[in-house]
Structure formats: C-alpha cells, structure tokens
Design a binder for this molecule. Structure first.
Ligand code: KG4
Ligand code: ZN
Length: 353
C-alpha cells in the first residue's frame, strides 16, 4: 500500500510517499527555520502563510522524486493534531481536497504517535545516519522528546498505546531552545547546544536534577531557571538584568561549558527515567522519537544504560517529517481508521489519551 502523507503541524512543510510503513519512496521537508530565526522561535502566522506558499510545490516534488503520479497512490494521510491551528489547517485542507477529488481514503494521524512510528521505517533515501535493520517488536517502550512534548509511552500493539509519564511543565526541546537563547546560540537550540557542548566541560557548572512526584514524569522549567541563575551569577549581574543581554557577557568557553553542563543534566535525566520504566515494564524494544531524539549524546547514553540493543531512526526522521505520518497511517488503514474528507477538522490540542 502506497500512502502520500502530509505534515504541517509546526514550521516544516513535509510530504512523503511511503510504502507499507517501511519504505520511503520520497521525502520532502521544506524547513522554515530561516524565516523564524530572527524571532528566536516559531511565529504561528508566518508559519501558516509559508505552508500555503509551498504546499503544492512540495507535493509535486515528492511525486517527482518517487517517479510516481497520483494514480500510484492508494491513500492520503495527514497530521490532524496536535500543533499550531493555522499550520494544521493548511495540511488538513490539502489532504481533504486530495482525498475527495482523487477518491482515495483519508487517514488522520496523531503527531506524537507519528514520531514513534519513524522507527518502523527501514529503507529509503540514504541519510547521514543509517536506518534500523529491523522493525520494533511489541511491547515497545517509546521516549518521545520534542519541542512540544516529553513523554514515555508503552505500546502493547498498534492499537494500544498508553502514556506512562509526561512532563509536568516544559518539554525538553523547549528547554534546549530557551537555554540556547540565554547563551546567545542560534535557534533551534538542540543542534546549536550540541555543537557548542563539544568544546565544553560538562562538570563545570553543577545543575540540579529536576524532582517530580510521578515516577515516570518529567520537569524542565526548574532546570531552565537554574541555568539562568547560574549564568547571572557567573556574569555578576542581578536577577532583573535583561536575559537577552546576558550572552554578551559570556565568552565562548563559558558558553560551551554551560551547553555541556545543561546537555549532560538533561540527557542523564531522560535516560534515568527511561531506565526506570524499562526495569518495570520489560519491553522487547525501546525507541526514541521527536526532535531531541536526534541528539547523539542522548543516543549513546541510552545505549550504554540499557541492557538491550537499541536501533535509532536516521536523525532527519526524528524532527518533524511526513514519512513518520505515512508509516503510522499504514497501521490505521489496515484497521480501517479512515476519515470523511468533507468534514475532517484539525485538533490543535489533541490529547494523546
Ligand atoms: O519534533 P520536532 O521537530 O518539533 C516538535 O514537534 O516540537 O522537535 C524540535 C525540537 C527543538 O526544540 C530542537 O531544539 C530539538 O527538537 N532538537 C534537538 C536536536 N535537533 C533538534 N535537541 C537536541 N539535540 C539535537 N540534535
Ligand atoms: Zn514533532
């Protein structure tokens, strides 16, 4: 079954053509990062306008790359939520029109479940890091870590996923982005902190490990504030000193040391919680997904902490992309989870459970 999938939940306009949840015939990701960089984060109105401009060219490019026409496509999949309202609308309306006019089934996908299913893709275009050699086996423990989400999920089969832990406040990716802003490093924060951390000392600044009551829950707002206070202390300024001016007072080595110290604390915390869940639920496979899953320090620390082999998706499939949506939608199509193209609505705050 060949599915054309669309993902527009945030600031990436992405279209993929995926076969049977395993093979990527084409994946196009039009990133808007350059449009949002000047603002230090995603501006929803700018994101929606950009999706409108590039949606059709991105679809055509995906068909060209796959050397296919609409006749080769069996179904249309789309991210229905959660995400930015204006961004989701462009993807969902496009998918509805394609489904209606081409008379193909329409499959709505939950963005977070989509991130999990990036791990089912085992072949396609060559990327910097390789595909997993085999698909995950249930029960699956999934750590989903992105700019908007941070949760541990357990799946016993394709139709039964439960959330066993979640963040009580900020998502880990958001903490990476905010800390990068304090340090004057470019958006998005994850990759720029990773680069800066390479020349830093992770033990230089002692940051607290967050504490929460739920055994598998997370918290990142305190860690973010701890970095801010530590930078203020290091720069010898008061709490009311404008945070956007702090980075001018730091030298490159201090920035690298803060990056390394923050990254290590955040990664160790994610891995500790995942190990706790692993010990209790005894899954056959552990997968990670979401933008922060692209982090190489997270991958190596997790692999060392767990007694089973972990295979990771290519980094490009961790950040937002339509291939993961195409992979997940396949399993929904086989259980006939299709939507009406006439009235499918977006779900900007679609809870997972
Ligand atoms: O999944 P994603 O593309 O969008 C959301 O659904 O949020 O995740 C984006 C997040 C950003 O916060 C970004 O800083 C983070 O993923 N990120 C990383 C890395 N690459 C992206 N965090 C740590 N290390 C990376 N290499
Ligand atoms: Zn995402």
């Amino acid at each position: 079954m060949i599915i054309l999938a669309i993902e527009t939940s945030c600031d990436e306009t992405s279209v993929a053509i995926v076969e049977n949840a395993t093979h990527i015939h084409a994946l196009v990701i039009n990133s808007q990062i350059d449009l949002h960089k000047a603002f230090g984060g995603v501006v929803p109105e700018i994101a929606a306008r950009s999706h409108i401009e590039v949606m059709l060219p991105v679809i055509n490019q995906a068909l060209d790359e796959a050397k296919m026409s609409f006749d080769d496509i069996d179904a249309i999949a789309v991210t229905q939520g959660p995400g930015l309202l204006g961004s989701l609308l462009i993807g969902v309306l496009t998918a509805r029109v394609l489904s209606w006019t081409l008379d193909k089934p329409l499959i709505p996908v939950h963005h977070i479940i989509g991130h999990v299913y990036a791990n089912w893709l085992t072949s396609g275009p060559k990327y910097k890091t390789p595909y997993p050699t085999k698909k995950p086996e249930f029960p699956v423990l999934a750590l989903i870590v992105s700019g908007g989400h941070c949760q541990l999920m357990l799946g016993t089969d394709h139709n039964n996923w439960s959330v066993i832990g979640r963040t009580q406040d900020d998502a880990v990716g958001e903490a990476f982005d905010k800390v990068a802003k304090i340090l004057g490093l470019p958006y998005p924060g994850g990759p720029s902190i990773a680069t800066s951390a390479e020349s830093g000392d992770p033990e230089k600044y002692r940051l607290p490990t967050p504490k929460v009551s739920g055994k598998y829950d997370f918290s990142f707002s305190g860690l973010k504030t701890a970095v801010l206070r530590s930078v203020q202390y290091t720069c010898n300024v008061n709490y009311d000193f404008p945070s956007f001016k702090l980075s001018e007072l730091l030298n490159d080595q201090q920035k690298a040391d803060f990056s390394a110290s923050f990254q290590k604390t955040a990664v160790d915390y994610l891995v500790t919680k995942t190990k706790l869940a692993f010990d209790e639920f005894d899954p056959k496979t552990v997968v990670i997904g979401g933008g922060v899953a692209a982090s190489l320090p997270l991958r190596s620390t997790l692999s060392k902490a767990l007694p089973i082999d972990i295979e990771y998706a290519p980094q490009i499939l961790c950040t937002d992309n339509a291939a993961m949506v195409g992979a997940r939608s396949y399993f929904q199509s086989v259980s006939s989870e299709v939507a009406n193209p006439v009235n499918l609505e977006v779900k900007p705050s679609w809870p997972l459970l």
